[in-house]
Design a protein around this ligand. Sequence first.
Ligand SMILES: [Fe+2]
Length: 313
Amino acid sequence: MTASIFREWTEDCTKGWGQKPLKISHTLHEHPLFSPDGLAELIQRYPIEHYSLIRTSSVGEAKKVWRRGEVGDLTGREVIDKIAAGGLWLQLRELKSVDPRYYDLVQEIYGEVRERVPGFNSFGHEMGILISSPYAKAHYHADLPGQALWQIAGSKRVYLYPAEEPYLPQAELEKIALTGLEVGLRYDPEFERQALVFDLKPGEMLTWELNAPHRVENHGELSISMTTEHWTEEIRRSQMVTMANGILRQHFGVAPKRRQIAGPAFWAKASLQAGWRRSPWFKRERRRVLPVDFRLGRSANNPIVDIPAYIVR
Ligand SMILES: [Fe+2]
C-alpha cells in the first residue's frame, strides 16, 4: 500500500514529534481493518487473555462499579451495541500478536514517521483498540512508552498536562515503572490552568511528549479509538533511570534527582534496575489482576450475567 496514513503532515509535525502535543489528520478511520464489519469480526474471535471488558458505573449511577467480564457468545456487532448503550468499555490489547494484519499496519505507521522525522528510530511497537460507552472517562494518568491516540469513530476530548512537577511527581512515575500497573496520578483541579484541550474526531490523531499526564472524556456517543505505543533508545534509557530511581527511593530511602541517560551514573542505574526485574519482588508487584466475574447477556434489561469468578493470565 502506498497511500499515506498521515494526512497533512507539516514541518511543525517533523520538528515537534515526541516533543510537544501534535494533532494530525489520518486515514485509518477509512481503513478496512477498522470498518464496523472488520471490528465486529475481530471482537468475536479475540482471545480473552488479550482483552479487557470492563463494566463501570454508567451516567447517573451512584454506585461505583469496576468489574471485568467476557463477551460470551454475543456477535461482535452485539458487543458494540451493548457498549453503545452505556457503562462498558472493551480494550483489545496486543493486536499485533493476535492478527498479523495489524502488525503490518503498526509497522507501516512507524515507517511513515521514520521517513518524516530525521533520527527517529522506534521499536517495540504495540497497538490496541478501545471501544467505550458515551461519556466514559479515562482518569488522570501517565504512560511509560511513547504514545499516540487515533480516533476511528465517535469523538472524545483529551486533556494534556505538562510532564513535570507538580503535574507529574517523579515518585509517582517511578511507582508506575516499578509495578507496571497503571495507577492513577494525584489530580488537582488547579492543574486545569495548564491543561491543553483537544477534541478528537474520526480521522484525527494526537501524540504528546513522553510521560505527559492526560485524561480523556468521551462525548455523548460510542467512541472507537486506537492507541499506538513505541519505544526509542532514548525512551528505553529514560525508563531504566526512572525504575532505578524508584528502587533507590523505595528501598534505599534516597531521593534521586538526576536523570542522565548516558555515562557511568546511567550504567550503574541500568544494572540496578536489571537486577530488580529478575527479583521476586518485581514478579509479586505485577501479579495483581481483576478476576472475570460476568459475561454479556442478550436481554436489554439484563446486559450483565454474573458467572463464577476466575482469573485470566
Ligand atoms: Fe494513556
